[in-house]
Design a protein around this ligand. Structure first.
Ligand SMILES: [Zn+2]
Length: 72
């Protein structure tokens, strides 16, 4: 029930992180190519998408990215 898992994986350099919802759980993936500080920022960004319920709103993607702190 709405557990959040955070995992570091190697992704293409332009990808900071991603979050996937599988059934009731969220899986946050953070790019291990990034510096430790950037990995932390990327994780916070993805967690903000979960916190702000971006999986369930009808807003355009750019709205959600700005609300989550785009570029952080
Ligand atoms: Zn985002």
């Amino acid at each position: 029930m709405n557990d959040i898992y955070i995992k570091g994986i190697e992704l293409p350099a332009r990808v900071r992180g991603n979050v996937v919802k599988i059934e009731d759980d969220f899986f946050v993936f953070v790019n291990t190519v990034l510096s430790p500080e950037c990995q932390r920022c990327a994780a916070e960004h993805e967690l903000m998408h979960i916190k702000k319920d971006h999986f369930f709103n009808e807003e355009p993607v750019i709205h959600d990215e700005l609300e989550a702190g785009y570029g952080r």
